[in-house]
Write a protein that binds this ligand. Structure first.
Ligand code: XMP
Length: 325
């Protein structure tokens, strides 16, 4: 049980001592860990920190806008926003294998990040939002085959090639402590308590070949689902967003027939996935109320032209995984 203001003061002091007057680069993903690391390091060294935010075109709706608003506008953090959508889409064209897609996204991410970092000539440090469970996980690599089933991508491997020292101020914290720290540093509660989002983003939620057109449809469907989950409240003031561990929409690149007014439609399918889990190694599908599912389905089909059918995923993990790829 630790006292937050004391903890922040101590962490700030230790970061200042560590980096002195050096410049620091941080890859901001919009996720909780990198966001909290950015807020903490900015608190410590202000303008000596530059964040690089790479938009691979596979982020959630308005993610880029949100990150820029929160960090650049509200907190006054220096953020370089790189829109690399065209580059990623180019490399992903024609690729359908899930692991091949992950590898390409991971590789291009490192590539873009390196190019941007190299422009910051005075930087001596690379900051990362590594938390305690990440430290444990990488220490145990190879022991647990489940971890290698999908190659999880992060910015690992960058320090060697960039010749930067590593700054990892969250290394001793558990997720719940990182969240509390984020709130104490002024990050919005909703942001700090967001569901996890995979590094390859919508790239693994668009089955098969990734196209910008598909990503645009999926982003809008997903935003409707999340908005409706957040808009529910039970007697304990808990929403279905709070009561699920991860919820998202998946784009199925198959067309089915529908009717709209007097006409026949022939459009794509979206699957909704919502799970409850403690550790993400096993998970149950969430028993969302039928009225909620109906509302989401109606809204997606009415508001997202190009989608005429919505299905709900009732598979547990195992044997299914949480993501569809
Ligand atoms: P699965 O689909 O394996 O997902 O049941 C378990 C958790 O891991 C996340 N996930 C990823 N996160 N890069 C990431 O950073 C990835 O390639 C990746 N694949 C899955 C998934 O969102 C879930 O929280």
């Amino acid at each position: 049980d630790w006292n937050m203001p004391d903890y922040i003061a101590e962490a700030v002091e230790s970061i200042r001592k560590q980096v002195g007057s050096d410049e620091v680069i941080l890859g901001l993903s919009g996720g909780v860990d990198s966001s909290v690391a950015a807020a903490l390091i900015h608190r410590a060294i202000g303008d000596q920190l530059t964040c690089v935010f790479v938009d691979h075109g596979l982020l959630r709706l308005d993610e880029g806008k949100m990150v820029m608003e929160m960090f650049a506008q509200n907190l006054g953090v220096k953020v370089i926003h790189v829109d690399a959508t065209a580059q990623f889409m180019g490399h992903l064209a024609g690729v359908t294998d899930p692991e091949a897609k992950r590898k390409i996204i991971g590789r291009e991410f490192v590539e873009v990040f390196q190019v941007e970092s190299a422009k910051l000539k005075n930087a001596k440090w690379l900051a990362q939002g590594t938390i305690y469970p990440d430290v444990i996980e990488s220490a145990g690599k190879g022991k647990n085959a489940a971890h290698t089933i999908k190659s999880h991508h992060n910015v690992g491997g960058l320090p060697e090639t960039l010749n930067l020292k590593l700054l990892e101020p969250l290394r001793e914290l558990f997720k719940d402590e990182v969240r509390k720290l984020g709130v104490a540093l002024g990050l919005p509660h909703a942001m700090v308590y967001r569901h996890p989002f995979p590094g390859p983003g919508l790239g693994v939620r668009i089955l098969g070949e990734v196209k910008k057109e598909f990503a645009d449809l999926l982003r809008r469907a997903d935003a409707i689902f999340i908005e409706e989950l957040r808009n529910t409240k039970d007697d304990n003031d808990q929403s279905w967003y709070d009561k699920t561990s991860q919820a998202f929409a998946v784009f199925l690149p198959v067309k089915s027939v529908g009717v709209m007014g007097d006409g026949r439609t022939y459009e794509y399918v979206v699957a909704l996935r919502a799970v409850q889990t403690q550790d993400f190694m096993t998970a149950h599908w969430a028993h969302l109320p039928h009225e909620l599912l109906g509302r989401v389905s109606n809204r997606i089909i009415n508001e997202v032209r190009g989608i005429n059918r919505v299905v709900y995923d009732i598979s547990g993990k195992p044997p299914a995984t949480i993501e569809w790829e």
